[in-house]
Design a protein around this ligand. Structure first.
Ligand code: ZN
Length: 408
């Protein structure tokens, strides 16, 4: 019989442990014990590839191929969940779990977790603490504000330091599984320490993690690449910039709910989109860089609004900013810049161009030194060492942009 006495209410990776949350079904609702006996099965999913595989990968996988890793009592916590913890897990591995109550033949599951390095994927609380630390460390002109709330009502906090008249804007994780807080906040912290005098002349503002809910899901182990917010809206298609144009990039359709590039029910419908609009309107940056690519890193591949293609004065200015940023990554004389009209209707760069004429860029993948190593980000496998290397590139790149802006 397929009926089960329990269900798995969730799974999370926190501080080195996987937590499997089990709740009682109807037939066990009157049990008062603080312990129940469970069998826990686990299978390591080495073929699962983040960014290629989604939920369908785990549909109908067979628990009989899993290993029985525990049999015995599991404690009830907070008078609700029975929590099984597993410390025997490694970074960059994906695990499926099943749980069975003592009399059940068939276990509930699978519940799947991807174990991500918290040094590479910062938690929401770490992002908040880092913003506060930078704010406290910088003695000059500064402001820290909540520009809006995420769908699940997390505060979306932005920080500005330095001269408010000439600001470089940095926006992170418009797409949850991509880049932002780790690169941009680390770079800002480096700049405050290493060249604070530059900030007397020019400023930096950051909205580090726009799709904060999707990002936190990934931090806690949600296995799939997350692009959209909890309403299934691609925030980079939701802005009021030629929004009515349907786009078919990646073979997807922006007008269909369930498509990974769904633009939302109307322009600016999402809370996160509204927060970015408030941030841009308040700061009025001279240039905006958005972290994209994947798994906490991006490089000097600059995508701007398709709608800006014929505006040569705008692009001359944009190329100056991109040339400066590129200097953080490579010898521009030898390798040139990568400047692409790649941003579609509803994107941040299209909105910044169409409403304010601000040059704005989604930063994507471009190999720097060791392409095979750097491409590991595509499947979510960025290591701490790789992130550290990219923080250096971004710190230098942003300093070059600030120096250029100072002269303007
Ligand atoms: Zn993206």
């Amino acid at each position: 019989m397929a009926r089960k006495s329990i269900r798995i209410n969730g799974i999370e990776y926190i501080d080195g442990q996987v937590h499997l949350y089990i709740v009682r079904g109807q037939q066990l609702k009157d049990t008062t014990s603080d312990q129940l006996n469970f069998r826990i099965y686990r299978k390591q999913e080495d073929n699962y590839l983040q960014g290629f595989d989604y939920q369908e990968y785990f549909d109908n996988i067979d628990w009989k191929e899993a290993e029985l890793i525990y049999e015995g009592p599991v404690e009830r916590k907070e008078r609700f969940h029975f929590v099984f913890t597993d410390s025997n897990v490694e970074f960059l591995k994906v695990y499926s779990y099943w749980a069975a109550y003592e009399e059940d033949d068939v276990p509930a599951g699978p519940a799947v977790v991807s174990v991500r390095d918290p040094r590479v994927w910062w938690s929401f609380s770490r992002i908040q603490e880092t913003l506060k630390r930078i704010y406290d460390a910088y003695p000059g002109e500064k402001s820290m504000k909540v520009y809006g709330r995420s769908t699940r009502k997390k505060p979306l906090t932005g920080l500005r330091i330095g001269n408010p008249e000439k600001v470089v804007g940095l926006i992170g994780t418009v797409h949850a599984g991509e880049s932002g807080p780790e690169l941009f906040l680390s770079a800002m912290e480096n700049i405050v320490k290493e060249c604070p005098e530059l900030l007397d002349e020019v400023g930096i503002a950051v909205l580090p993690s726009v799709n904060a809910d999707g990002r936190e899901d990934m931090v806690l182990g949600y296995p799939h690449y997350v692009r959209c917010n909890p309403n299934q809206v691609d925030l980079n298609r939701n802005f009021d910039a030629s929004w009515e144009e349907i786009d078919y990039t990646y073979g997807l359709n922006t007008s269909i709910l369930g498509s990974a590039t769904y633009r939302g029910p109307y322009p600016g419908s999402e809370d996160e989109t509204q927060a970015v609009m408030s941030f841009i309107d308040d700061i009025r940056p001279k240039v905006i860089f958005d972290g994209h690519c994947l798994a906490s890193i991006c490089s000097d591949c600059f995508l701007t609004a398709k709608s800006a293609k014929d505006d040569s004065a705008f692009n001359d200015l944009g190329k100056k900013f991109c040339t400066a940023y590129t200097k953080g990554f490579r010898d521009v004389e030898k390798e040139g810049i990568r400047y692409v009209f790649g941003c579609t209707a509803g994107s941040v760069p299209a909105y910044a161009y169409e409403k304010y004429r601000i040059p704005a860029f989604d930063m994507e993948f471009r190999p720097v030194k060791d392409e095979a190593r750097e491409r590991s980000c595509i499947n979510g496998n960025t290591t701490f060492d790789l992130l550290d290397e990219f923080i250096e590139y971004h710190t230098k790149g942003i300093v070059h942009v600030l120096e250029l802006l100072k002269e303007m």
